[in-house]
Design a protein around this ligand. Sequence first.
Ligand code: UDP
Length: 238
Amino acid sequence: GGEALRYPRVLLKLSGEALAGEQRFGLDPSRLTFFAEQIEEVVETGAEVGLVIGGGNIVRGAQLASMGMDRVGADYMGMLGTVINALALQDVLEKRGLDTRVMTAIRMEELAEPYIRRRALAHLDNNRIVIFAAGTGNPYFSTDTAAVLRAIQIQADVIIKATSVDGIYSADPKKDPNAKFYPTISYRDVMLEELRVMDHTAITLCKENTLPLIVLNINQPGAVLRAVRGERVGTLVS
Ligand code: UDP
């Protein structure tokens, strides 16, 4: 049961960096708690929630590769970073009494279930939060692409990308005071204007599957909840 929602099933993408807080590396317990609060209030509405978490607070494959490391190995390290984040998120969510499952795209059965789509759907039906870890399981992809893939596969009604800005702007609002805010924008314009919302692979997948994308500021308490209810928050890409 629960209220009537604009988006009853939602895939929320969190960046790894957002978990790091001020120190920009590793895990900040106060950030984890904040995220858990934001997720809990969404779950309380009766919405079904899938989570994809990045790994940028631990390892970025491209960055290690630019320092001379083999890209494929570096990307696997990046994917392992997302598993660390997923387990941390699972811990804070479970401590609040929420039911969760971590599913990984790379098998590590001692600590998480393998990603099996039909099983993920069953967890969601049972109101468990499913945390999808290890990205797509493939080097050369991003967790944004993983998030869109999972959103499509679980037939989510929306994908919400949590960022540290209020939505999509014509330029980086942290650098350009004249940056224009877009309350709504098409997938096509995001691609044509090369707006840095998600990589092209991820945006293309959204477009081809007409999956609505909401980009919002996770640091604004209640933003995710309002988005799930269909209130205007952040930027809607459709
Ligand atoms: N990664 C990958 N394949 C995937 C997802 C992630 O190889 O399907 C690796 C890649 O090296 C990436 C790292 O994992 O740099 C962390 O993910 P991402 O940079 O997307 O995390 P975020 O920026 O969202 O924290």
